[in-house]
Write a protein that binds this ligand. Structure first.
Ligand code: NDP
Length: 475
């Protein structure tokens, strides 16, 4: 509580300042200090319904062959009661609890106790100790970047088991999917609640905490910016990357193994999902140091949104295509398969090149070449909470001259490709593209609000130079 009382006045002091001629609030870079009714209503809705949404999707695949309508029809026509569905739902088992505990503990060991060695022999890979971006309080955190190594070790062990040791079946994840859901929820809630308590009583960096005074908002969006235990266990980096994203490719492999077991073959659609999402996951770990400069790490506080989201939402809903394909094995025609592959690869190319251009530009402070030329940019300034003035640059060259978030456009193209592998019989596999469109459009708006608060009139000059957000000439 002391930290709370100590922090809030300094935040309020800063809120009264003006910057860059804008009337917006100085150093309000992250989430809103004052919670409007719409944000509060959305948060309460998500806290209440997000776990149910995940359950509904997974249950519909378990009991209704991935039809989202059939459970509703059954319930509305009185054909079934909620208790019928609930009674058919697999319960938490000791086996799942043991598996999940072992899984998370193994990832903790890989994260905390095995310093990165990949950067010593992989040319171009930035692993080992890396610095994050400067926080609003002026802190620069150091991170041990060893996600690629954790991913490689985990997958080598997975394949060694599948092809040589046979300690467990590669379908183990699919076979325990709902019992594991309960474990993931338990961890998600424990982590988020712990983060809230830690924010109040023993924050890692008190000056970077954010209190809105609204319990639900603080629980959901987080108080602490970069909660840590000890020097290296960073909650944001660990929970987003490790149990969630390392698991993503393993979950897909387990789905492919289940197809093989059930139908004696793996369909080309399942291979496409594994390959395209595998590229996305590997890209994430290859560029983990770059991830330190993304909104998740640079601007979001750690609460239920990231804690529960990383444990439950991401592994369960980002992998719906594979789950769907176990229930509905789709064999695509060659032309369709090639078309989807091209869409996915072009989307990935745009996503990667756009992100790389900004990263290169920021790392070299503009002393680089973008598409063979010196980049153009807008000079801008901002203040950190200690009153220090900093300078930055917003690039207007390359894909960043086409639209202000062309990286999101590439991401959306890739997301659409995953969904298209599943054909058009059901809406469930399209959840991902619908969700990503909402997430990334909302992110555009949220990020631009923050950037305007940070850079003031310099941000306006930038938006005048690059008028579109996602699609040049349209939005
Ligand atoms: P960005 O990487 O686009 O980062 C936005 C930040 O970059 C801004 O806040 C600003 O920060 C800086 N910036 C903005 N414009 C410029 C410019 N013209 N020149 C230089 N710097 C600029 O956003 P995200 O962190 O949201 O996304 C990173 C990637 O992750 C994206 O490709 C996105 O698609 C992906 N993603 C994927 C998700 C998933 O669930 N699969 C979820 C979220 C993101 P500053 O304050 O430093 O100026």
């Amino acid at each position: 509580m002391a930290a709370h009382q100590q922090n809030k006045p300094s935040g309020e002091r800063n809120r009264k300042n003006t910057q860059n001629g804008s009337r917006t609030l100085q150093v309000q870079w992250g989430r809103a200090w004052e919670v409007d009714w719409f944000s509060l209503a959305s948060i309460i809705f998500l806290l209440m319904f997000a776990p149910l949404i995940v359950y509904y999707f997974i249950m519909s695949c378990d009991q209704y062959q991935c039809s989202l309508m059939d459970p509703l029809v059954d319930l509305l026509t009185g054909n079934k009661h909620l208790s019928d569905i609930w009674n058919k739902t697999p319960v938490l088992t000791y086996k799942a609890a043991g598996m999940y505990t072992l899984w998370v503990a193994f990832q903790v060991v890989l994260y905390v106790f095995i310093p990165d060695f990949c950067h010593k022999f992989l040319p171009g890979y930035a692993g080992g100790v890396q610095e994050g971006a400067i926080t609003p309080a002026g802190v620069v955190n150091k991170y041990e970047i060893n996600g690629l190594q954790a991913w490689i070790i985990t997958h080598v062990l997975w394949f060694a088991n599948a092809y040589y040791f046979h300690f467990f079946s590669p379908t183990i994840i699919f076979d325990n999917w709902i019992p594991l859901l309960w474990c993931a929820n338990i961890l998600g809630y424990i982590v988020s609640t712990f983060a809230l308590i830690k924010g109040y009583f023993f924050p890692t960096s008190a000056a970077d905490c954010k209190f809105t005074g609204n319990f639900f908002y603080d629980y959901m969006m987080g108080i602490e910016f970069n909660p840590r235990i000890g020097k290296w266990f960073d909650f944001k980096l660990f929970f987003n990357g490790r149990p969630g994203i390392v698991a993503w490719t393993l979950i897909n492999l387990s789905y492919a193994a289940k197809q093989q077991e059930l139908y004696g073959q793996v369909t080309n659609s399942m291979i496409l999902v594994n390959v395209l999402q595998g590229i996305y996951v590997l890209d994430f770990f290859w560029n983990e140091a770059w991830y330190l400069k993304t909104i998740d790490i640079c601007h979001d506080h750690f609460g239920w949104y990231l804690g529960w989201g990383d444990c439950v939402w991401l592994p369960y809903l980002y992998t719906l295509q594979g789950l769907y394909l176990v229930n509905h094995p789709v064999q695509l025609g060659t032309a369709n398969a090639i078309g989807i592959l091209m869409l996915g690869l072009i989307g990935y190319y745009i996503f990667r090149v756009t992100n790389h251009q900004k990263d290169l530009f920021r790392r070299t402070n503009g002393n680089c070449k973008i598409w063979g030329k010196k980049p153009e940019y807008i000079e801008c300034s901002y203040m950190s909470m200690d009153g220090t003035k900093h300078y930055s640059k917003l690039m207007t060259s390359g894909f960043w001259g086409w639209a202000r978030h062309f990286n999101y456009t590439g991401d959306l193209m890739g997301s659409l490709a995953y969904c298209l592998t599943c054909g058009f019989d059901h809406i469930l596999p399209y959840f991902y593209i619908i969700y990503m469109t909402i997430l990334l459009t909302h992110r555009c708006i949220r990020d631009e609000h923050r950037c305007f608060s940070k850079y003031g009139k310099d941000w306006k000059r930038y938006t005048a130079a690059v008028p579109y957000r996602l699609l040049p000439g349209i939005f």
